[in-house]
Design a protein around this ligand. Structure first.
Ligand code: HEM
Length: 202
């Protein structure tokens, strides 16, 4: 039997649950606002806006908590990538997911205390947490307080541009979520990664 490793401290698990619930709420209410789906719901448009705004602010607070947590605890180290050959390692992991796994090959980057994420996981988590989420949060605040936005930028309405950035990053995050959940099912068993996120042990 392989050694059990404690990989997900309580604060990561609590943040992750809080973050996931808020993101699901934001995607759902965001789609309602975008496509006027409230017509089919019992809730009014204004209530959906309120839920979206409050969830966005709560998500921002959670994001700050996550940044502080990663800065002051060893969990942040898993997001660093200073080793050379990063690209080659991502390709190797990609080849495993698209070919090797079906040939029952061993994973090229097995989980260990030193390496919680494989290169593709690390790339996607850094991309979504340190690029996409900040873009969504900043553009969301821009839409919440439109008076801080420039009237026009390069001849295009500032609100329109911010809205486009907000919606596009929301779309990217939604795609991430589907891919993320799918890849989480590729563990020792389809549920093992989810269990790890509940009890902390890999
Ligand atoms: C229903 C929604 C979600 C489920 C079921 C889920 C599931 C999981 C699971 C099982 C893990 C642990 C496996 C691993 O190491 O990757 C994980 C980790 C992670 N997830 Fe999710 N996730 C969800 C939503 C999200 C969202 C919306 C985000 C980001 C916006 C996110 C970001 C992350 C990050 C950054 C980690 C690594 C955390 C760390 O250990 O530092 N997840 N997720």
């Amino acid at each position: 039997m392989k050694e059990k490793i404690y990989l997900y401290p309580v604060w990561v698990r609590l943040w992750h649950l809080y973050n996931a619930l808020l993101i699901l709420t934001l995607i759902f209410t965001g789609l309602c606002l975008q496509y006027s789906l409230c017509n089919y719901l019992v809730i009014s448009f204004n209530v959906v806006i309120l839920i979206h705004n409050v969830s966005g602010i709560a998500l921002s607070a959670g994001f700050l908590f996550y940044l502080v947590g990663n800065h002051f605890t060893p969990n942040g180290i898993y997001y660093h990538s200073v080793m050379p050959g990063r690209f080659r390692r991502v390709i190797k992991q990609f080849r495993f997911y698209s070919y090797g796994i079906f040939k029952k090959e061993d994973p090229p980057f097995p989980v260990s205390r030193e390496r919680k994420f494989n290169p593709l996981q690390k790339l996607s988590y850094v991309f979504v947490m340190y690029i996409i989420l900040p873009i969504i949060i900043v553009s969301g605040f821009g839409l919440l307080f439109p008076e801080i936005l420039p009237l026009t930028f390069l001849g295009v309405s500032g609100i329109l541009l911010t809205d486009l950035i907000h919606i596009t990053s929301g779309f990217i995050l939604s795609v991430f979520l589907v891919v993320h959940i799918y890849f989480c099912t590729i563990g020792k068993t389809p549920l093992s990664n989810f269990t790890s996120m509940i009890n902390g042990w890999h």
